[in-house]
Structure formats: C-alpha cells, structure tokens
Design a binder for this molecule. Sequence first.
Ligand code: FNR
Length: 186
Amino acid sequence: MTKKIGIIVGSLRENSFNRMIAETIPELEPSVEYELISLAELPLYNGDLDRGDGPESVRLFREAIKRADGIIIVSPEYNSGIPGVLKNALDWASTPTKTAVLRRKPAGIVGATPGVKGTILSQQQIRQTLEATQAYVLPFQKMYISQVMDKVDAQRRILTDETTRSYLQRYVQQFIHWIDQVPSLD
Ligand code: FNR
C-alpha cells in the first residue's frame, strides 16, 4: 500500500518560507501520499481540556498523525529554539502517554531560515521533544536550509534552488526508507 506522510509546518504565517518548503516536498518525491496537518486551530495545551478525545481540533490533529506512516516537521527557529505553536502541538500529540499518536511514529525534521545557521538550535529542541514522546526521529541525516529567501520563488511558493531541492529530495527518500526500518508498536 502507498505510504502516507503527514507534514506539519511550525509556522502559522501564510507566506511562511517553511510552508513553501513543505509544499515543495510532494513534487520532489511523488512516490508516497502526503497530508498537510494543520496546527492552526489547536488551543493552548490545558490538562483540563485533555479528557476523552479532547477538543475537536485536537481529535482531528491526533487522527491525522495516527493515519500517517510517518511525519515530517518543517519549522522555523524562534529565539534559538522551537516555535511555541509547534511545541504546543507536539504536547497535544504526546498524550495520553500510553496511546499517544507520536509514540513509535517515525519523524523527520526540516527547517528553513533567512539566517545563516539553518535552524540548528530549533531542530535540536524539536528532536528532544520528539524523543520525549518516544517518536523515532531519523538519525544522522539533517536538513538545514539557510538564507532561504534566495532559494525560493515566493510568487510560485516553491523551492527553486537546485542544490537544496536535491538535498531535500534525498532527505525525504531516506526518511521513507527509515519508516520501514523502525520496529512497530506491537
Ligand atoms: C525569528 N527568526 C529567527 N531566525 C533564526 O534563524 N533564528 C532565530 O533564533 C530567530 N528568532 C526569531 C524569533 C521570532 C519571534 C521571529 C518572529 C523570527 C526569523 C525567522 O527565521 C523568520 O521570520 C522566518 O521567516 C520564519 O519562518 P517562516 O514563517 O517564514 O516559515
């Protein structure tokens, strides 16, 4: 059966560079299906709301992660770390602990910034959070995109830099391969 990859963008901005990168992925590697999983409607995490299925937006978010064979997070860096909206979303996906949808879920991390350091610090924190949820984060390979404004066509909302396109394609291919390597939950 064709694999399904969920893509979560860690920016709510309509003209987000990271969203443009995310929207380029299906074109680069069309061998699998993709679903963009929105975190825009999620409330701030509140244990009092986290009962049963929780709020409808949380239920839909968790279901989308559950039906994906793996998720790729494409996120900016804010103040040398993980954007709050993304941390909030990952927290919602980490409960209830024993049945959390991120548990044993293969996960990849991509990040883009207009800066020169390529979201290294943000990705460290995203990895740390994912590992705390017991997700299987793709080891070794990293995908940092620096000076992203020179590598996209903002009108067409697409990654155009050929070198970066080929690195990203390779990263996604390695991630798809990784999905078959991880032990299943049962
Ligand atoms: C930033 N930005 C930023 N960039 C970076 O490389 N390291 C950082 O620590 C920060 N910190 C930071 C904090 C805050 C509050 C904002 C709003 C921005 C710049 C950031 O990379 C830039 O705005 C990107 O364009 C955001 O990603 P999207 O929305 O284009 O995907």
